[in-house]
Design a protein around this ligand. Structure first.
Ligand code: MG
Length: 173
């Protein structure tokens, strides 16, 4: 592998950016709510269906570990769409790294490394993040840039000089 200045490498999130984990969760566990009913990051919007963040994490850990092929890509032609972002690392807060690696291989995604970090991604030395987590803006530094993938649960984030909202990675400039 050729050496690349790590500041040029994009920190590319997995769930809600590449992998449609909410669609898989709703389908495989036959949920009664719809994806668009998830209107906040902590799943309080799903209380009336008796869903919690803990339940989401538990059930979707199981999907990543045992049924990763059931997790659909969020966008069509994902190989082509990700190739134009190279070089990038997959930077994720999901700890099921074996299943994640198999999923990335299944879709032929040519990443540099997989980086697991439970929280506060901007402490990592990347200049550009592509993510759907509204809380990432709390620790984003002025010299870092965020492409925020638009979802009902992150609409509270305001665009500014270093935060731009887009509907998919195909809109990254
Ligand atoms: Mg995400």
């Amino acid at each position: 592998m050729t050496s690349v200045d790590s500041k040029m490498v994009i920190a590319l999130d997995l769930e809600g950016v590449l992998a449609d984990i909410l669609a898989a969760w709703v389908k495989e566990y036959e949920k009664e709510f719809r994806i668009n009913d998830v209107t906040d990051w902590d799943f309080t919007s799903l209380r009336k269906w008796n869903e919690t963040l803990e339940k989401f994490l538990f059930e979707t850990d199981h999907l990543w570990n045992n049924n990763y092929t059931k997790i659909p890509p969020l966008i069509a032609n994902i190989k082509k769409a990700t190739d134009r972002l190279k070089p990038f690392d997959i930077v994720t807060s999901r700890h099921t790294l074996d299943g994640i690696k198999l999923w990335l291989d299944l879709h032929n995604i040519d990443y540099r490394a997989i980086v697991y970090i439970p929280d506060k991604k901007p402490v990592l030395n990347y200049k550009t993040f592509i993510d759907d987590n509204p809380y990432i803006v709390n620790t984003l530094k002025d010299e870092q840039f965020l492409w925020l993938i638009d979802h009902p649960y992150n609409r509270s984030v305001q665009e500014k000089e270093n935060i731009k909202r887009i509907s998919s990675i195909n809109e990254v400039e």
